[in-house]
Write a protein that binds this ligand. Sequence first.
Ligand code: NDP
Ligand code: 2IT
Length: 444
Amino acid sequence: MSYVDDVLARVIAKNPSEPEFHQAVTEVFESLRPVIEEKEDFYKKEAILERITEPERMIKFRVPWVDDNGNVQVNMGIRVQFNSAIGPYKGGLRFHPSVNQGIIKFLGFEQIFKNSLTGLPIGGGKGGSDFDPKGKSDREVMAFCQSFMTELCKHIGADTDVPAGDIGVGGREIGYMFGQYKRIRGLYEGVLTGKGLTYGGSLARTEATGYGLVYITEELLKCHGTDLKDKTVCVSGAGNVAIYAIEKVHQLGGKVVTCSDSTGWVYDPEGIDLDALKEIKEVKRARLTEYKNYRPNSEYHEGRGVWQVKCDVALPCATQNELLIDDANQLVANGCIAVCEGANMPTTLDATKYLQENGILFVPGKASNAGGVAVSALEMSQNSERLSWSFEEVDNKLQNIMVNIYHNIDTAAKRYGKEDDFVSGANIAGFEKVVEAMLAQGVC
Ligand code: NDP
Ligand code: 2IT
């Protein structure tokens, strides 16, 4: 058995009941095959694949809090500090009832390679809780966040581990957690990113993931003789990433005709009304069923269905495994030319393979959604020098980072004779830098 197959089998056996983690490792290992095979004995002796799939540290804790009826509620909290070879652990916190150890490990594992691709000094980590912020009062969210940080604050810091937002964690949650960290640790430092602008946040961090996704999509299309102007785009999700992806597509002259949330999806043939979407999701925190009140000509459908709509470009921006093989079939049949992932691992392995085999340009999330964490790293830089940069300065840096990521993954793919295989390119380019740093630091 090859070294790659041997370690993959052991990772799966050693981490039962973690299908998303298996999926993420399988995808990376498949891409790394040609790299490992060049020097198999060396990588095996150094146990590189074993080391890169074993988190440096995992912290799990109880999060008790009191609800508005005076009852005690208990949730699970977790932080996976996966790899610190190139910098302090960096990655978001997810608050969603589906959160478990396997999901946080898959996200932390992906984050190692994504953060490497940004070119900035950040290691990989991820955390979260099975707490569901939906339907909770502000006071309940605050009580939960304070309890969560009371435990987490023992393990993080501006130079050790710097969490940020992800699903269910936005500006409100980051604010409550920052306040609690400061009270307990007595430190006013850049321990979290995605902070509000009055207390150390960076301009353009809110927009960064969605904008970055569209910048890399535009570069991809330009390098293939076209661009987003007049293109029809399908987006899934209606959260932070989706909203700012839609905004940037519209600024570049494309038209987004769909968005979705966990209960249903919207088709608006005239183009999604962003002001309406922002009011529904960012202000009212309501369901997409409300969208029709603003746009009578739009359609609302229960359940899944975004990928059935004819489009030139698809941007999945909701969650993992939301673009399945049937969706991939439909996208190909409808003449879609590019799929770029805004979410983390939204496309299943078989759907990815089908899209690639049918000539669709496919950019994986660890490259295409890296704009969020990249601007988080720029927030860390601003906090360290106690200065704030203008929106334009941060946005320009973000554009350069995304264009560089595209060319780095394109070059890495070509080096291994895999032109336009951006999954291989991203995994190889991300891996090479991390491994060089790991080897330089000895056995650790
Ligand atoms: P938000 O919480 O702001 O939005 C998530 C959106 O996805 C919501 O519309 C939500 O619907 C929908 N959604 C969540 N879970 C499910 C589910 N199980 N089934 C269907 N729909 C679901 O999160 P973000 O926009 O921040 O994150 C979206 C994706 O982007 C995630 O994969 C995240 O890991 C990734 N990402 C985020 C970054 C960031 O900076 N925020 C950076 C890089 C990647 P509803 O409104 O009903 O909850
Ligand atoms: O998946 C991700 O890259 C994020 N949720 C953002 C992480 C960060 O530290 O900004």
